[in-house]
Design a protein around this ligand. Structure first.
Ligand code: SAH
Length: 265
């Protein structure tokens, strides 16, 4: 795997906090931990969880209970945001439009972009209460809001589902950010392919001489019956005509035939 992608994944693990504020259902905490771990995030912060640790959290976390064990429990949001230079609030409703609004993809690209450019700073993405979301005061602490563009008629996702979507986009953004290199490699490949595609194709008379040479060689090496070459030669013609070899490729094929004949003599 590309080392740049690996570095970005370490950035996700170490520098992105998912902060759940005042969560009432312990199961949601476990499901959020699982969503995070699937996407390569590790830092879970819980502000005043109603019941934690709890069997429901452990059950829903499945194999992500290590994140629960390492979760940081905070008495208030200030504590959870300590040391963060970028704070993003996830909101199901578009109510506080004084804070710039991003969709999860923009949020991920911007977040990772800042982390990569910076020097080890921490980012927090905060998620609100199941019943009432984040307060205006909490939203006011955010540099950006992230809203998952759901159906306005029913816009509120389950808390852990929202964590999943935002985390997924963060993971995808690691690829986008490394995309420059990947694209450069692709461009190089395309250029090489185009160069080959632009070689002049072997004209029909060259092809005819090649088929004669091919038939002669196949008889010499004992592959083809000299008295009955037609069916096999028809198939081989179809094959090479489909390939439309260039002059250079034709020269390579002729070289192979000459070498085979030489060995036989
Ligand atoms: N009833 C609450 C929503 C609670 S859902 C309200 O109307 O605000 C719990 C949390 O999940 C939200 O606070 C938010 O952080 C996150 N969430 C749910 N749906 C979301 C969406 N469409 N976009 C962004 N975050 C969302």
């Amino acid at each position: 795997m590309n080392s740049e992608i690996l570095d970005l994944q370490a950035t996700l693990r170490q520098q992105v906090r998912i902060v759940l504020v005042d969560t009432s259902h312990s199961g949601n905490i476990g499901a959020a931990a699982r969503a995070m771990k699937n996407m390569g995030l590790r830092r879970l912060y819980l502000v005043k969880p109603h019941r934690f640790p709890h069997a429901d959290a452990t059950a829903r976390a499945s194999g992500a209970d290590d994140l629960l064990a390492q979760a940081t429990i905070c008495v208030d949001l200030d504590e959870a945001l300590a040391g963060c230079t970028l704070v993003v609030g996830a909101s199901a409703r578009l109510r506080n439009l004084t804070v710039p609004l991003l969709d999860p993809r923009q949020c991920a690209e911007q977040t990772l972009g800042e982390l990569v450019a910076g020097d080890g700073q921490q980012v927090a993405i905060i998620f609100g209460r199941e019943h009432s979301g984040l307060t205006n005061d909490e939203l006011g602490r955010c540099h950006h809001l992230v809203h998952i563009p759901s159906d306005p008629e029913y816009s509120s996702l389950n808390l852990a589902a929202a964590v999943q979507v935002v985390s997924y986009e963060l993971r995808m953004a690691t690829n986008v950010l490394s995309g420059k290199d990947v694209n450069a490699e692709k461009e190089q490949e395309i250029t090489e392919t185009n160069a080959i595609d632009q070689e002049p194709l072997a004209p029909a008379d060259d092809m005819a001489r090649f088929y004669d040479h091919l038939q002669e060689t196949l008889v010499t090496i004992g592959f083809l019956d000299a008295n009955n070459p037609r069916i096999m030669m028809r198939r081989l013609r179809r094959l090479f005509n489909r390939a439309r070899p260039s002059v250079t490729e034709m020269n390579i094929l002729r070289g192979i035939l000459t070498a085979a004949q030489r060995r036989k003599q």
